[in-house]
Design a protein around this ligand. Structure first.
Ligand code: ADP
Ligand code: MG
Ligand code: ZN
Length: 511
């Protein structure tokens, strides 16, 4: 035997493509040639693989070794190909039975001693293999927990190369990775922990129901962060396909371990990602040099992206969110091609009302000039604010409210209402490609999804009096629909418009 083929996966974003690795061990001067668009890390693989093979007590062929990876046009990166390449070489040099590696996916980096090191992106790789009819996979032991989330493919794990060889040759039983799948929430944050803030809580409920982006403005210490952190607890749990997508993104980013509850599988609470305002554009939307990683807004896919002290964000950081907000996808273009990471999230911004934080409109304690106040919130760019439907004013809770622990609704109760209202909207939109009120296109708000005539008239009057812009008109209508769904009243009435206006009171500050 002088030629052998093994299979692995190359990732572009979170999409996996099957790669066939062909090793040819031929007579000739000892040498090693790697073909098929390898990147630098992959080019270094030869020395790692040779050391690993030798240190595992196996024989490194003193022949002319040619390794070819196909499809040739596909860029291949990373060190996860060490294991499949070594398996191909060992088979081609007669040290393994080719039937035993048939239809098996190999993934893993090798250390010089022959240990299998974990790699990023195991989940999308296994999903790609499964979709391509590969029935068996071998992954590093340290990737076991991640791998256990993937269904529909038989997965084994090993700690080192020697163990893999013994397993394949039938001298040892390899550890089988048991499917764990996705579990229910282990979230300990509950909306009932927040005292008072009835209006703000209702605002969160509306935002969660309609998928509306949200801005909270209020002095420090009023509970803005506390409220934001509890939004995932009132959102519907992820379904299996959403959970798989989120897991794939976090697998590629290397942040999945944080989301794997104590052996109970993957938590189905929507993600909550809170990058600091000093973050970089790359950390926010993704990118990087050699290895391209998803950014915060992709990690927040199907969940919440929270930016505290948003006006403090560096120039361009908030604006970099415009593309994902528009399309739900981050596109990263490099010489090797364009990668896509999904990024459909609910944006939640928090801001102090002014640089010192004490501005309340009543002039108590705040030393900032009115120009400073205006400039501060103007740092939130117009185009970004345009996408934010809800602007809540969060005020300091009274002592009475802080002390009162009775009758605080739990997140479960609120979530049940959110789910109910979302199902009403879904039914209304059954003939349309969108599901949430925040996604109703403007034209349809003027034709198919109008509020009661009185409400439409009132809104038109507000435009005439220049109290709202055309954009504000559409936003108010979308919020009206969400409130109407929560109240189960069918078409939005005047009282829904009144409530919607209350949820935008922060507009008085952020003009
Ligand atoms: N409404 C509230 N109910 C209970 N605790 C609160 C409330 N508001 C503030 N706190 C307490 O104050 C701390 C600071 O709140 P935080 O959410 O960080 O405020 P902000 O983000 O508005 O500055 C919280 O950790 C919490 O202990
Ligand atoms: Mg805060
Ligand atoms: Zn101030």
């Amino acid at each position: 035997m002088s030629v052998a083929v093994t299979k692995s996966v190359s990732l572009q974003g979170i999409d996996g493509e099957i790669v066939e690795i062909e090793a040819d061990v031929a007579k000739g001067l000892p040498g090693y040639l790697l073909l098929g668009l390898p990147d630098a890390a992959l080019n270094e693989s030869r020395d790692r693989i040779r050391s690993a093979v030798v240190n595992s007590g196996l024989h490194w062929p003193q022949n002319k070794i040619t390794v070819s990876m196909s499809p040739a046009w596909l860029p291949k990166s990373g060190s996860g190909f060490d294991l499949p390449i070594s398996m191909a070489i060992l088979t081609a040099s007669g040290q393994l039975n080719p039937n035993q590696i048939d239809n098996t996916l190999f993934i893993g980096e090798l250390s010089l001693e022959g240990f299998l090191r974990p790699i990023r992106g195991i989940i999308p790789m296994l999903i790609a293999a499964m979709k391509n009819g590969i029935t068996r996979a071998l992954v590093p032991e340290a990737n076991q927990a991640e791998a256990s989330l993937v269904e529909g493919i038989e997965i084994y794990s090993a700690n080192n190369l020697a163990q893999v060889i013994r397993g394949i040759n039938g001298q040892e039983t390899l550890q089988k990775v048991l499917e764990v799948g996705f579990s229910q929430s282990e979230n300990h944050l509950d909306i009932s922990q927040v005292a008072g803030q009835q209006m703000a809580k209702f605002g969160l409920e509306v935002a969660a129901t309609g998928g509306h982006h949200l801005l909270m403005i209020g002095p420090p210490g009023t509970g803005k962060t506390m409220l934001a952190e509890r939004i995932p607890s009132i959102l519907p749990q992820l379904d299996n396909s959403q959970a798989r997508e989120v897991a794939a993104i976090h697998s590629v980013a290397g942040t999945l371990a944080n989301r794997l509850g104590n052996k109970n599988g993957f938590d189905k609470t929507p993600p909550f990602i809170a990058p600091h305002h000093t973050t970089t554009t790359v950390a926010m939307v993704g990118g990087g040099g050699k290895v391209i990683r998803p950014g915060a807004c992709s990690l927040a896919h199907h969940g919440v992206l929270f930016i505290d002290e948003a006006p403090e964000c560096g120039v361009g950081i908030l604006d970099s969110l415009r593309q994902p907000l528009e399309s739900g996808i981050v596109e990263i273009t490099r010489a090797i091609g364009t990668l896509h990471f999904p990024a459909r999230f609910m944006l939640v911004l928090a801001a102090n009302p002014c640089p010192c934080g004490k501005f309340s409109g009543k002039g108590r304690g705040c030393q900032c000039t009115s120009l400073q106040v205006r400039r501060y919130l103007n740092r939130l760019s117009g185009p970004l604010l345009d996408r934010i439907d809800l602007r809540l004013k969060v005020e300091t809770p009274s002592r009475l409210e802080l002390a009162d622990t009775n009758d605080r609704e739990s997140s479960g109760t609120v979530r049940a209402r959110v789910e109910m209202a979302q199902s009403i909207a879904r039914e209304r939109f059954s003939d349309f490609p969108f599901k949430l009120n925040s996604q109703i296109p403007s034209e349809l708000l003027r034709t198919k999804f109008k509020a009661e005539p009185k409400v439409m008239a009132a809104l038109h009057n507000m435009i005439d009096r220049e109290e709202i812009s055309a954009r504000g008109f559409h936003k108010l209508l979308r919020i009206c629909w969400t409130i109407a769904d929560l109240r189960q009243v069918g078409i939005p009435r005047t009282t829904e418009l009144e409530t919607a206006l209350e949820l935008r009171t922060a507009n008085e500050i952020a003009a």
